[in-house]
Design a protein around this ligand. Structure first.
Ligand code: SF4
Length: 356
């Protein structure tokens, strides 16, 4: 069920329960089959089953591993509601199964985020979710979060205690834990399963204490994801998997806050735009020449011809690490030669570099 470079600390039974509760079961299974199987046969569905909509490309944090800092101020902003409605209305007509309201920025930077969730649910999008750092979430807004109709939400919590605070500065570990507990309590009081709450960390942030991380969060959240470390776009110094064909070209569409459709989630600087939603429908863009060319490059393994794919850390060679959590073995997928050394993270240096 996991994507490339994503593993789980939670066990199979727990992950299955998460899967079953994520949305209407039959539709969810059909969607997952389309999403995961069609790319293997290079079949593009008539319309993508999943759309990523960037509610905001702004972020208040400056995490050292995040490519946000490569983005110029001029390309940061919130999506306006009229553009959002246009996108959702087409998604609804085309029966899109899932949307995610996050990409390069922090969704809670957009004051209209809860209206966005509600509108998508009113338009019968089955699976609505977003990723957040949670720093902007206020305890008083937790009823709004839970009642919005969100199917799941993912909090980025890299490591425990001081490690987290170093990476996610100035967020406080205690604060984020308090928010997760408050969501759990509110759901229990209202006897609700959704939104499911997952957390995710990158591997190096927990590699010295995976068991402690699991034990701490396991009672509070529904699922625990571990993402492989991925070094910055532009770094050339890691082994590539020359056989890898990226499935994204047949799966999903990534819409930036200003309506530009990016090639994929790694096209942070919009080097390979596929079109603009202000000018064309999503359907037209999905069937237009740029997407056709993009699929052909992937299929013929000529990814080096794409400015974004050429440098993408996602094409790295994979290896596995086996962890022992209590009596269970947990297999973690990693990219070879892409590990972060947390001790060397120098947030101040990174902030200086951004200001230049
Ligand atoms: S840049 Fe290329 S390889 Fe990387 S995620 Fe995008 S499509 Fe896949």
């Amino acid at each position: 069920m996991s994507g490339r470079g994503y593993s789980y600390l939670t066990g199979k039974a727990r992950n299955l329960k998460y899967f079953f509760n994520q949305g209407p079961l039959l539709k969810h299974v059909v969607d997952r089959i389309k999403f995961n199987i069609l790319p293997k046969y290079f079949i593009a569905p008539n319309f993508p089953t999943h759309i990523d909509i960037e509610s905001s490309s702004l972020c208040q944090l400056k995490c050292p591993m995040c490519k946000q800092r490569l983005m110029a101020k001029e390309i940061k902003g919130n999506m306006n509601f009229d553009l959002y409605k246009k996108i959702i209305d087409e998604c609804s007509r085309r029966r899109v199964y899932s949307i995610k309201l996050s990409w390069r920025g922090e969704p809670l930077m957009n004051p209209g985020i809860w209206d966005m969730v509600r509108y998508a649910k009113e338009k019968r999008i089955k699976d609505v979710a977003f990723l957040t750092n949670g720093e902007r979430l206020k305890i008083k807004d937790i009823p709004k979060l839970v009642e919005s109709g969100l199917n799941w939400i993912s909090f980025s919590i890299d490591g425990l205690g001081k490690t987290y605070e170093k990476i996610r500065s100035p967020s406080k570990f205690e604060d984020i834990v308090e928010k997760l507990k408050a969501i759990k309590e509110y759901k229990e009081r209202r006897n609700l399963k959704n939104p499911l709450v997952r957390i995710q960390t990158f591997y190096s942030a927990i590699k010295n204490n995976p068991k402690e991380y699991f034990d701490f969060f396991s009672p509070i959240v529904d699922r625990i994801n571990v993402g492989a470390d991925r070094i910055e776009i532009g770094s050339k110094d890691f082994p590539r998997d020359r056989d890898f064909i990226c499935p994204t070209a047949w799966q999903r569409m990534m819409i930036a806050h200003n309506g530009i459709v990016a090639q994929c989630h790694d096209d942070y600087l919009l080097k390979n735009p596929m079109g603009n939603v202000n000018e064309k429908s999503l359907y037209e863009i999905w069937h237009d020449e740029p997407f056709g060319k993009f699929r052909k490059l992937q299929k013929t393994k000529q990814q080096d011809l794409s400015l974004t794919c050429r440098e993408c850390p996602h094409r790295g060679l994979m290896n596995e690490k086996v962890l022992k959590i209590h009596d269970k073995k947990v297999v973690i997928e990693k990219f070879t030669g892409q590990d972060f050394d947390i001790k060397k993270i120098n947030a101040k240096k990174l902030f200086r570099r951004e200001r230049k």
